[in-house]
Design a protein around this ligand. Structure first.
Ligand code: BES
Ligand code: ZN
Length: 640
């Protein structure tokens, strides 16, 4: 009976084709790819010679392909005769093409040859054109790529899934006065026989990698260069005449590479890394392996006219993308479902890296005031969603690049790092990177490695944060019994719309730390709150000492202190012995509780008052997010 119901349900639903991954009977080992862009007609010609393995006899090959015209395709089995494909069947909606062959392709190694043409589009995805002005004001175009998540298929037919890794040998045929870049270093550059104005630039073979990390750029650029202490050649490419503006990012990259090498205890595996500012760029930056692309405001610093917040932003973006060179590029998510981990992790470690390279920035305070509080605000709304979302069709991938993946993802990883402790965290990270390098991994694989390194129940703790939306509010009260302080904690879901009333209240496994006025910046007690309530006895805490929960504002939850506890904290707020991030957290929790208590009329008055005070844009945004449930658009966490 169930299947009849299912059929009925399907019949009444609007048609939505189920998404299926590519078949595995033919897979790539190496892509020999030659591209010849035409920067006047905005087209490109491509030649693919892919070394493939056939694991099961078949007479067709299914690949990803979008907005590309295949001219010819053939299959050459090792030691056998070339067979031409007799049909190219494009499934446009699925962004796939099926190549049909007149005879069965037998098990074994072979070369798949495809000649194709495409358009250098103006959609800022795939292989696209980017418009810029020469120093004299003349309009010119560069050809650049943006493949994540699923747009490599717009530049060449390929197996465009993160788990289908292969090596790449890339050749670009370009006007001889242009700069041509790709993931690897140039190994050969020679005149193109058919046109004296062109050169053929050949790049070294890449390590085994996913298609979304492939990149090429053809344009006019200046650069500044240096070498990191571990021998990696670093260049920052800028628009013509602006090389000076690349110096700050170069300094950041040169400091950052050894930081990650040391932190992960795994060297950067390529001989070079280029960072390049692209005039038309959809995202903020993209971590293509060895050739990181940035929008101009995320890379360039005018040494004479820039403020420290722009420098901090550039440092964070560079730190973020370079972290991906290990976490994402060397070890890659098995499927887009794990994208939050890729982005959440990089969005956390960028701060660790900037804090190491520029301690004077006090960057963690920025994390709390930007990512952490924003994630709490958004995730308290009824229309939030869990960090982990199942992703099927490629069209769903872009939707999950939002502040929940980035800012809540980063916040829960920060909490996890604090719960595990830096030493064991690094041990687990190193084990994870070594075990899965040049391969793919899932969120659970990381939890396993961190669990083994720390002996703590990481998978259990983390699933409560990633698989359900929202977070708890912890209600705290205390009692003095002789020389001991008894702390009572209880958790329930925090909702911006008012108290959580549903019968089933979700609960979290919350790592809670506690400090006292004796040492406000260090936890004197740590406990894992794994049920609704807990009672903790702190020995030897005098009646005149205050007790605070969540030192460093690291835990992803809100606190509601009893009136007496809150009052006891006030001296610490006044004499500033409570660190800035703690005061920030306290203020933010109180502000959010005020929201909960305000009725709609008060809320309306507040909006009017705040909107009137144009000088407080930050407050306006806070109130708007709350009152109107505005969803922050995906991409570019901060619009700059
Ligand atoms: N991998 C992303 C870029 C990306 C996001 C590509 C979505 C395609 C779709 C990159 O690492 C990233 O996170 N970029 C951020 C900037 C970063 C500093 C947070 C962005 O583009 O907003
Ligand atoms: Zn990222």
């Amino acid at each position: 009976r169930r299947s009849i119901l299912l059929l009925l349900l399907l019949a009444t639903m609007p048609e939505r084709r189920p998404f299926v991954r590519l078949p595995t009977d033919v897979f790539p080992v190496n892509y020999g790819l030659c591209l010849k862009p035409d920067l006047i007609d905005f087209t490109f010609e491509g030649k693919l010679e892919a070394a493939v393995e056939v694991t099961q006899p078949t007479n067709q090959i299914v690949m990803n392909c979008a907005d590309i015209d295949i001219i010819t395709a053939s299959f050459v089995p090792e030691g056998g005769e070339e067979v031409n494909a007799t049909g190219f069947n494009y499934q446009n909606e699925d962004e796939k093409v099926t190549l049909s062959f007149p005879s069965t392709l037998q098990k074994g190694s072979a070369i798949l040859k495809i000649d194709f043409v495409g358009e250098l589009n103006d959609k800022m995805k795939g292989f696209y054109r980017s418009k810029y002005a020469s120093p004299s004001g003349e309009v010119r175009y560069a050809a650049v790529t943006q493949f994540e998540a699923t747009d490599a298929r717009r530049a060449f037919p390929c197996w465009d899934e993160p788990a289908i890794k292969a090596t790449f040998d890339i050749t670009l045929i370009v006007p001889k006065e242009r700069v041509a870049l790709s993931n690897m270093n140039v190994i050969d550059r020679k005149p193109y026989p058919e046109d004296a104005g062109l050169v053929e630039v050949k790049f070294a073979t890449t390590p085994i990698m996913s298609t979304y990390l492939v990149a090429f750029v053809i344009g006019e650029y200046d650069f500044v260069e240096g070498q990191s202490s571990d021998g990696v050649l670093v260049r920052v490419y800028t628009p013509l005449g602006k090389a000076e503006q690349g110096k700050f990012a170069l300094e950041v990259a040169i400091k950052t590479l050894p930081f990650y090498k040391d932190y992960f205890n795994v060297p950067y595996p390529l001989p070079k890394i280029d960072l390049i500012a692209i005039a038309d760029f959809a995202a903020g930056a993209m971590e293509n392996w060895g050739l990181v692309t940035y929008r101009e405001t995320a890379l360039l610093i005018d040494p004479k006219n820039s403020c420290s917040s722009s420098r901090q932003w550039v440092a964070l973006v560079v730190g973020h993308e370079l972290a991906h060179q290990w976490f994402g590029n060397l070890v890659t998510m098995e499927w887009w479902t794990h994208l939050w981990l890729n982005e959440g992790f990089a969005s956390w470690i960028e701060y660790l890296c900037v804090d190491h390279c520029f301690p004077e920035y006090d960057i963690w305070t920025q994390f709390v005031s930007a990512d952490y509080t924003r994630a709490l605000e958004l995730d308290a709304l009824d229309n939030s969603h869990p960090i982990e979302v199942n992703v099927g069709h490629p069209s769903e991938v872009d939707e999950i690049f939002d502040a929940i993946s980035y800012s809540k993802g980063a916040s829960v990883i920060r909490m996890l790092h604090d719960y595990i402790g830096d030493q064991d965290f690094r041990k687990g990270m190193n084990a994870y990177l070594l075990k899965f390098q040049h391969k793919n991994a899932s969120t659970e694989d990381l939890w396993d490695c961190l669990g083994q390194a720390s002996g703590k129940p990481i998978a259990e703790v983390m699933s409560s944060w990633t698989q359900q939306m929202g977070f708890p509010i912890i209600v705290v009260d205390q009692e003095q019994v002789r020389d001991d302080r008894i702390i009572k904690l209880s958790q329930k879901k925090f909702c911006a719309s008012g108290p959580h009333t549903a019968e089933e209240c979700p609960s979290w496994m919350v790592p809670v730390s506690i400090c006292t006025s004796d040492d406000p910046s260090h936890a004197c007690h740590k406990v894992l709150l794994d049920g609704t309530d807990a009672t903790i006895t702190l020995n030897n805490v005098r009646p005149d000492q205050w007790v605070k929960i969540n030192p460093g504002t690291v835990g992803f939850y809100r606190l509601q202190y009893s009136t007496s506890m809150l009052e006891s904290l006030l001296p610490g707020v006044r004499d500033l012995s409570l660190p800035p991030v703690d005061r920030l957290g306290l203020q933010n929790d109180l502000f959010s509780l005020l929201h909960k208590q305000a009725d709609m009329q008060e809320e309306k008055n507040r909006i009017e008052r705040v909107l009137g005070a144009i000088s407080a844009p930050d407050l306006i945004q806070k109130v708007l997010i709350f009152a109107l449930s505005v969803r922050i658009p995906p991409l570019c966490r901060w619009i700059r």
